[in-house]
Design a protein. Sequence first.
Lengths: 336, 336
Amino acid sequence: MDLDAMEAAQLRLDSLTKPPGSLGKLEAIAKQAAGITGESLPDLSRKAVIVMAGDHGVCEEGISAFPAEVTPQMVLNFLGGGAAVNVLARHAGADVVCVDIGVNADLQHPELVSRKIRKGTANIAKGAAMSREEAVAAIRVGYDLVCELAAKGTRVFATGEMGIGNTTPSAAMLVALAGIPLEQAVGRGTGIDDARLRHKRGVIERALQVNAADPADPLDVLAKLGGLEIAGLVGVILGAAANRAVAVIDGFISSAAALVAGRLAPQALPYMMASHMSLEQGHAGMLEAVGLSPMIHMDMRLGEGTGAVLCFHLIDAAGKIMREMATFESAGVSQS
Amino acid sequence: MDLDAMEAAQLRLDSLTKPPGSLGKLEAIAKQAAGITGESLPDLSRKAVIVMAGDHGVCEEGISAFPAEVTPQMVLNFLGGGAAVNVLARHAGADVVCVDIGVNADLQHPELVSRKIRKGTANIAKGAAMSREEAVAAIRVGYDLVCELAAKGTRVFATGEMGIGNTTPSAAMLVALAGIPLEQAVGRGTGIDDARLRHKRGVIERALQVNAADPADPLDVLAKLGGLEIAGLVGVILGAAANRAVAVIDGFISSAAALVAGRLAPQALPYMMASHMSLEQGHAGMLEAVGLSPMIHMDMRLGEGTGAVLCFHLIDAAGKIMREMATFESAGVSQS
């Protein structure tokens, strides 16, 4: 983080016609963006949401309201431009980059970024989701992709994901890494009923016991309890930090990736911004564990990067405040 | 509210490629907008923020961090396009309509809407802010203005205000109307220190005793403890409801107007949307008293309509979700 650029941004903020600090997080965003980019007035117009798609072996335990076949179906929907994240990304003037990092189907499309590590994870209720090497390879996919996009000018990256069943590994990681009780960490995902929620908690309990992941080793937790798309997003976040770009974290699953990224590399934390507070039960605890405070409270629980993309507008607003507001001096307004 | 249009909107929402309800408040906004306008896919592109400006006699008690002369100075800043609300309204593609409804200065500008009822309120610590007739006249100003703008096609109205000292009358109204304890209702406004906060609470306590406003008579509370810009915003909200338009409520002061509007005409409540949760201490209790839940949590405390205008983007997003998302059928995605 560039402290000089942050100080310059703060000086400018305090010269604008408003009580100091009264624009709250808009001011914090402007200052953070300055620190990240090293520019007091950075151009953050090029933005992308990276939607990592992967399947989950644990779906065979019946933990989701939707069948696993929805993952490849939704990938095609992303590529066709009809999913919620496509609509909201167009609204925000952002690119959607869809990555097959672990879908359990053969997918081909000219705009699909094919980087499949394997066809879905193994069932975490019975053993490790993937090997440590596969987890590293998946992180590398996200990291390299961000490096490519950053080289072409993208400076804001939203994390997005698709993977039926992926609140289950995310909740398992939350329990393992942050020590949050199972009852608090595990929620309804896309909308399961009470009976299936109890069943889901039991499955996660088994996954935690069977895998006995080492909480001091975030890569171990990611490989044993995580998902390919989650590992890919860890790479996206680390890649953003390495490229002095902003990482905007979406909901519960993305925040699991942020939790791992922050544990692997605490110096990446200042490059993250939380976007929305999900309705998924464990999200508040997950964000607290990462140390992030969300901007919007829209009761969303869709994933895909939808909440993160909705917040692009607020990041743009912070930039415009810095560029366009009058100063006390220029407007002839008295200070307190 | 048009129940048929709301049902049509709900049917459409449930056909889109996402778990039912998973877009949370975006879905609620789409449905509410349908009920308000009577159209399942309303065009809400014409938007305006109405910034009512008025002064407060209670400033002579020294309750604000800023001198009262800042009110007219900021009005000129709004008209010059340099205030935060101007920047954010341009960002949202919305008009800024600035109204002098009670500034304690002679203001002239080709774009100023001059509807002065009187040059500021009287000091509420010593007696009524204004007469009942003046309060009604100020409500009328807001109401008529919205009728004019609605006739020209504006369908979304954000409430904005400028008036040094106006968290004081707003907090007084909150205590009087909602029975919230003084300590909870009264906050730091533009940023006063502990000593002045204690003083401000004492001033409000005196205002409540001196005026003995009738909590069952919201117009009595508004006239005795309120402000001209607050009364004007009551009219804006009632005018929006009468014109089947959306009223987007800004922060603490605007929410005081919403509280009065909802008490005067409960049938106007479904036409309101809360925008942001202000950092001003009493705002959470105020919104709860009105029955509204805010969309964004940006720790803002500026007023002017800035928080409301920031949420225009989310209202647009809800409309685009309704128009542009693929359905389960069109995208060939399996349902739960």
